[in-house]
Design a protein around this ligand. Structure first.
Ligand code: 3H9
Length: 698
């Protein structure tokens, strides 16, 4: 070993003519400014050193470079920018090889594309996932990937942003070889292969690429149909389309398009969503040791219970499913079996594993006593406080000491449920979202007495189920449903005052929601909301404006999709149509209330809906039900189909500013001062000029 030199974030050593450049910027070796500076310097040093005849770049630690440092996005770019570093690598007069392991993604993979050969360790994943963060491959990826694999394939991997395993990457021609060993050893070995002429090297940028207008037209059409509202995938296609000319021109165009993406609000929203997914794990109980969970009990085999049981089985847990009688149990078991069959169909599970799960890991019984040995029990029975407290009292007598007792309630008071036991410290809310084996979110509802390690167990369970846990406090509806219960009323008011469901739904899907609120109600079942409204009727303040339209629809026996009729009519095999009877009911109710319908523009619909959502979110935050604004964003992104490119309701709120929001609420309050009240937190933010993002920091 000679000439050892250390540089920030990059280690350089020279071994028998090979310059070894190790990127060392934990945790994921992102190509931060320090990395770029030191990498460029290292390449130049190696090029200038006569004793060097091969250069190898690899990652120290768990991965090759996992991408650009996305925390730098939105700040002024600092030289050297990654495209320049990559151009220097490609132009290098000596062979440069990239040794990939872990995840070589985005800007990281672009470094590899600029190298003269790419070797991956088994298990490596490569890819250009930039569009998932609202940008495009901006360090040569749109120009070099098509030169290696052709325009059609390059468009596919860039617009999908998916990760590609080493074998597939080899087959495609994205990499040149798979080799086993430690990255540094492989680097030395492959440098020798280059010297011996056994591993060919070439400059990707010098390869010819054939025009493929059909592929470009194809993908453009597909994106217009499916992702019209997204910005960066379309720009990525434009950049790839420029790859048939001289490299320098294509790169310049790519850079210009990349900068457009960087400036777009969608980039900020998508990166916020990326960080939200990770920020939620930062909880006060993070230091507590989770209790080990091998066997779980699920009480209730309805849609929720069977979905939870499915998620647990898929994650490798043993599950005991309990129902009150044989008939319900058979239904619950059949529902789990159906979910698992679906998982096989979607390629998430193979047939042998499915059979093994059913034979060995799922036990179904009507005997609650069978839960005596369970490490964690989740109850998903009827949403009624008395039913739940009674059940918890029984569980208290059955469950082993130290078992976690969880309720999947979506609204009820977890403290009162916990108080039905002699061990409230072991009780926690685990609020899954339906269908529980598909939806990513779990609200971990922390009661007054919940022990820290029980909270940590909820988070550990969520991780094992590959779900996203968000810490919530106790209140009616926790974070998500409390906010929903509030803003959902805003669309009923809009409907009463002049908008129609078939105008409101597309206005909100146009904003980016996966579904409109009326279509969602039809899907969930209108009877559910009806039951809740009846339950809450006695507690409804006299000043609250009440819209009886949904009740009238329910009185007709129309509960949405499951009855074939609701706000929409669902013809067998056909497309849903607006239910004409609903228009009649709306007219009648307006007439009764003496309301002259007025016109609402789509923008106003969105503004009122979002303002109502943000207002209640601010109250949830102020009440300490959510820890930080970013937790609320995560709840909506992962549990309520909130458009990811908008980052979440409070990220979106910051794009409007507290002043504007307060002004809106005051304006709307002229019509309904009970519903539209300025939350004190928002008023303070407007006065002080602060943003929700400020509360995420620290
Ligand atoms: C790009 O490259 C643009 C270029 O084309 C153009 C340039 C001009 N930057 O996910 P984890 C943090 S766009 C900064 O929990 P895992 C992350 O926040 C980029 N930080 O680990 C977390 O921090 P904390 C293209 C990053 O093992 C910690 O690292 N690249 C970045 O489950 C651990 O992360 C991508 O899209 C980053 N790029 O998964 C890849 N990445 O501990 C994005 C992560 O404080 N990254 N952090 O919460 C990933 O997909 C996953 O992080 C990865 C590891 C698969 C790498």
């Amino acid at each position: 070993m000679m000439n050892i030199r250390s540089a920030p974030a990059v280690r350089y050593e020279m071994v028998d003519g090979t310059a070894l450049i190790a990127i060392d910027n934990p945790p994921v070796n992102a190509s931060s400014h320090d990395v770029r500076t030191a990498l460029l310097e290292a390449v130049r040093q190696a090029e200038a050193d006569e004793a060097v005849d091969a250069i190898a770049i690899f990652g120290a630690g768990r991965t090759f470079i996992a991408g650009a440092d996305i925390r730098e996005f939105g700040k002024p770019p600092k030289d050297p920018i990654l495209p320049d570093v990559n151009n220097a690598i490609e132009a290098c007069a000596k062979p440069v090889i990239a040794i990939l392991h872990g995840t070589a993604l985005g800007g990281g993979f672009e470094v590899a594309l600029a190298a003269h050969a790419r070797i991956a360790l088994p298990g490596t994943q490569v890819g250009l996932p930039e569009v998932t963060l609202g940008v495009l491959p901006g360090a040569g990826g749109t120009q070099r990937a098509p030169r290696l694999i052709g325009i059609a394939k390059a468009l596919e991997i860039i617009t999908e942003g998916r990760r590609i395993g080493a074998e597939e990457a080899l087959e495609m021609g994205l990499i040149d070889r798979i080799a086993e060993g430690e990255p540094r050893d492989v680097a030395l070995e492959m440098a020798e292969e280059v010297r011996q002429g056994n591993l060919g090297t070439r400059r990707t940028g010098e390869l010819q690429v054939s025009p493929d207008d059909a592929a470009i037209a194809d993908v453009s059409e597909r994106l217009k149909a499916k992702q019209a509202h997204l910005f960066s995938p379309h720009k990525a296609v434009e950049a790839v389309a420029g790859c048939t000319g001289p490299l320098a021109e294509g790169l310049a165009q790519e850079r210009a398009l990349f900068r457009q993406c960087i400036e777009s609000p969608q980039r900020a929203g998508l990166i916020h969503a990326f960080f939200a997914e990770r920020a939620v794990a930062k909880i006060p109980e993070a230091g507590a040791t989770p209790r080990p969970v091998a066997g779980a009990g699920v009480i209730g085999g309805g849609t929720m219970g069977s979905g939870i049981a499915t998620a647990m089985l898929l994650a490798g847990l043993n599950v005991t499913l309990v129902e009150r009688d044989e008939e319900a149990l058979a239904r619950g078991r059949a529902s789990v079996e159906g979910n698992l069959a679906q998982a096989v169909k979607r390629g998430k599970l193979d047939e042998a594993k499915r059979a093994a799960i059913l034979a060995e890991r799922l036990k179904a019984t009507t005997d609650l006593g069978a839960l005596a040995e369970a490490d964690l029990i989740v109850e998903a029975v009827f949403e009624d406080l008395e039913v739940k407290t009674e059940l918890f009292a029984r569980l208290d007598a059955i469950a082993r000491e130290g078992a976690v007792l969880a309720t999947n309630t979506s609204y009820l008071d977890v403290d009162r449920i916990a108080a039905a036991t002699s061990r409230p410290q072991d009780v926690v809310g685990l609020h899954f979202f339906s269908p529980a084996h598909v939806m990513k979110l779990i609200e971990v509802v922390v009661g007054d007495k919940t022990a820290a390690e029980v909270v940590a167990t909820g988070f550990a369970l969520a991780k094992r189920l590959r779900k996203i846990a968000v810490r919530a406090g106790v209140c009616d509806g926790f974070i998500g449903n409390r906010i929903l219960a509030h803003y959902r009323k805003s669309v009923d008011y809009l409907m009463m005052d002049g908008a129609t469901p078939q105008q409101i739904d597309p206005a909100l899907t146009g904003f980016g929601f996966a579904m409109g609120p009326f279509a969602v109600s039809d899907l969930a079942g209108l009877d559910i909301g009806w039951a809740t409204r009846k339950r809450h009727a006695a507690m409804r303040p006299a000043e609250e404006r009440y819209i009886p339209i949904a009740d009238r629809i329910c009185e007709e026996g129309w509960f949405g999709r499951k009855t074939g009729k609701g706000f929409y009519v669902y013809p067998q095999g056909g497309k849903p149509e607006p239910n004409p009877e609903v228009a009649r009911i709306i007219d009648e109710e307006r007439a009764k209330a003496g309301i002259l319908p007025r016109n609402f523009e789509d923008d106003e619909i969105v503004d009122r809906y979002m303002t109502a959502m943000i207002a209640e979110a601010a109250r949830v935050l102020e009440d300490g039900i959510a820890q930080r604004p970013i937790d609320i964003d995560a709840v909506f992104l992962f549990g309520y189909g909130f458009p990811r490119f908008r980052g979440g309701p409070l990220h979106y709120a910051d794009t409007l500013g507290a002043k504007e929001l307060v002004a809106r609420i005051e304006r709307y309050a002229e019509e309904d001062a009970h519903y539209w009240q300025v939350p004190p937190l928002l008023a303070r933010m407007a006065r002080e000029g602060t943003r929700f993002a400020d509360m995420n920091e620290g």
